[in-house]
Every structure is written in C-alpha cells, then in structure tokens.
Design a protein around this ligand. Structure first.
Ligand code: ADP
Ligand code: MG
Length: 362
C-alpha cells in the first residue's frame, strides 16, 4: 500500500536523537512508532510505542520488525544493503536502497553528483598508497583524505598539507578505501533540506549557514546570509538531486559557498539533519514531520518559515547549563534523554526565533 494512514505504525531504523524527534513528529500525526536499535534506553526508544533491540544482521528480529510495521524509514544512512533487501521484501522502505547505497559511500556519492552536472570538490578514488600518491599529484595540496564509508562529525578524515604527509595520512585513516578531495577554501558552509513525496512533489527549507567547532556542528543560522541568487541556485541543486536520486523522504544537502560565489555540494544525508532542527519552531512543518509525511506517502506540508532562527547544539558538558537556558524565556530547549554527557556527544539543542527580516544572532 502506498499511503500509510494515521493509526498505523512507522518503523524507524536507528535510535538516536534524530529518531527521537521523528518518533515525536509521527506521534503528533497519530502514528505509532517501532524503533529498531541497539539500546533499550536510547533517545528514540524512550518515546516510541515499540522497540526492537537487535543487530542489523539478525534476520529473525528483522522479520518480526518488518511484519509489525506498515512502512520503514530511518534516521541513519549506514544500514547494510543486505538488511535493506531483507526488509524491502516484506515492507516498503523509504527512502529506499538506491538512495542509501549512493549516500553511504563518499565516492559513489560524488561520482553521482558529477554525473548530474552538480559540482563538487575535485576528488580521486583511493584504494592504495599508489592511488593516494597519484591523487595528490593530480589534485595537489592541501587536500582531505576521507574514508569512503562510515565517517561523521569529521571522523575518518585527515588533512594533507604537503606531499610529505602522504604515508602518514594513509596509515591514519586505517589504509581502507577512501576518497581524496581537494581542499575548498570556502566562504561559508550552507545546507538545504529537501523533502520529496511519493508523487514527486518537493518542498525545501531555506538555505541555512552552518558553523562547526571541533568538526561538530555548533550553530545553524536560518536563513544563511547569502545573495538571493546563490540561495535560489542552492535550492535548485537540491531539487535536482532529490529528483534524480528518486528520493521518497527527506534529504539534507551540505554545500560550500566559495569566494567567487560558486556552490559545491559536499555531502548528502538522506534523513533529518542537525542543521534542520530550527524548523521545529521556525516553520509550518518541521523537517521531522516532513520526513514522516514523505515516508507515509502523505502529501507534504509547506516548508515555509514564519521566523528566522538560530540553533545551537549542546555538546557534552554544555548540557550542564540547561538550568540557565530555561531562565531565558525566548529560548526553546530540547534535550535528548542521554544518560551520560561524554565529550563531543550531542546532548540537546537550543533554538531562538527572530522575526522575518531581522538577522538571526547568537
Ligand atoms: N573538501 C573539503 N574542503 C574543505 N573543507 C572540507 C572539505 N570536506 C570537508 N570539509 C570540512 O570538514 C567538515 C566535515 O566533512 P564532511 O565531508 O561533511 O564529513 P562528515 O560531516 O560526515 O564528518 C565539513 O563540514 C567541512 O567543514
Ligand atoms: Mg558533513
């Protein structure tokens, strides 16, 4: 069945804060949720109707999970393709296998983007030290070497400033399949979050600016302070990617804006994204609601914003300030229910709205 009506159950693969906010949005639309994850007290498990704790290779658990839900969506793109095949034989999975295969692998992803005429940093596939030497000879330095798979928050990447650092870099990323990228001296980093429904209808949120600290997203400013022409161009690129990858769901498109006003796509994430958390307060429908609508085969809501916003992540010990934040009535505090505030761990976020036409400030 293509449309999953309220009252039915949405399965969510992954159990972190994104899954938690997806489950909350699903509940607001009258759905039940069933989370497939690894921790019975995870952020998503705490707010879901049902939970399965199992590995992605556990076919018994997958079969039971798939039979108990009406559609499967995800908060995490690194689901093994064998798991997706297994689930898709029983229940619709949205977004589907093709989208995940491409976005799990940085080399497939950038090759796909270039095949659409979407510009990226120059890149080379690296499977050996020789490939890396050849890549550096072609692309030059500085460059960034990234593992093809499983990287996040800057993990699995190393900057190469000079050819003398090649051997060390190859060792540092664990001598595994990688991609070498030319270093882009960007002016700013932006992202566009786009939702595409089962009938191909598209809604996208305004491009936002993302500022990182220690390779982790620190602040999102909505909207990004860029020329309207660049903003429109970025949105067009995101729509083209969503159409061409045949997305049914929600996808974040991370981009670099260069000094010459070029827009290069850096990364795709086929799920709600940290840079879209502001949409909970700032828009008619949040990225989480939109992702649930798309997965359920419902019409999409408007992605129009009614306010500008700034979103700040609460990382590790930042969470200790929850009390102070609550003393600011203009701030919306979100906590993810994680028991332990480890360094670099996303514990929550804070959003502050600004009237349209005024610049969002930290
Ligand atoms: N080719 C590049 N040139 C310049 N900076 C880069 C490049 N690739 C990544 N970065 C920086 O590193 C950050 C993390 O890289 P990214 O590819 O988005 O991986 P992930 O977010 O999965 O860790 C980016 O947000 C950007 O700040
Ligand atoms: Mg990224």
């Amino acid at each position: 069945m293509t449309m999953i009506a309220p009252g039915q159950t949405i399965g969510i693969l992954g159990d972190g804060q994104l899954g938690r906010m997806m489950a909350l949005a699903a509940a607001e639309l009258g759905y039940k949720t069933h989370v497939f994850g690894q921790d019975p007290n995870s952020p998503a498990a705490q707010v879901s109707t049902a939970v399965t704790i199992a590995q992605y290779t556990d076919e018994d658990a997958l079969r039971k999970f798939a039979s108990s839900v009406d559609v499967v969506t995800l908060e995490f793109e690194n689901i093994p393709t064998a798991t997706l095949d297994f689930l898709e034989a029983i229940v619709p999975v949205r977004p589907g296998k093709k989208v995940l295969e491409i976005t799990q692998d940085r080399h497939l992803e950038k090759s796909f983007l270039n095949s659409l005429g979407v510009p990226t940093a120059p890149f080379a596939n690296v499977e050996s030290l020789e490939d890396l030497r050849a890549g550096i000879a072609r692309i030059g330095t500085p460059a960034i070497l990234k593992t093809r798979r499983f990287g996040y928050d800057g993990k699995g990447q190393v900057k190469i400033n000079a050819a003398t650092e090649i051997d060390e870099a190859w060792e540092e990323i664990g001598e595994q399949p990688a991609i070498l990228e030319g270093f882009v001296p960007f002016e700013l980093e932006i992202s566009v979050i786009v939702a595409r429904g089962i009938n191909g209808d598209i809604q996208s949120y305004i491009p936002v600016e993302n500022k990182h600290k220690n390779h982790i997203l620190d602040i999102t400013l909505a909207p990004a302070d860029i020329l309207i022409s660049i903003s429109e161009h970025a949105v067009k690129l995101a729509h083209k990617i969503a159409d061409q990858i045949d997305l049914v769901g929600l996808m974040a498109v991370e981009m670099f804006v260069t000094r010459d006003d070029d827009v290069l796509v850096n990364e795709l994430a086929p799920r709600p994204h940290n840079s879209g958390h502001w949409t909970i307060e700032g828009c008619t429908a949040s990225q989480f609601k939109q992702s649930i609508r798309a997965a359920a085969g419902l019409p999409l809501a408007s992605a129009e914003r009614h306010s500008n916003a700034v979103m700040r992540n609460l990382i590790g010990d930042d969470i200790n300030h929850w009390n102070d934040i609550l003393c600011h009535p203009e701030m919306s505090l979100h906590l993810y229910g994680k028991a332990e505030a480890r360094e670099g761990r996303k514990m929550g976020h804070v959003t502050r709205l600004f009237p349209l036409g005024t610049a969002p400030k930290v």
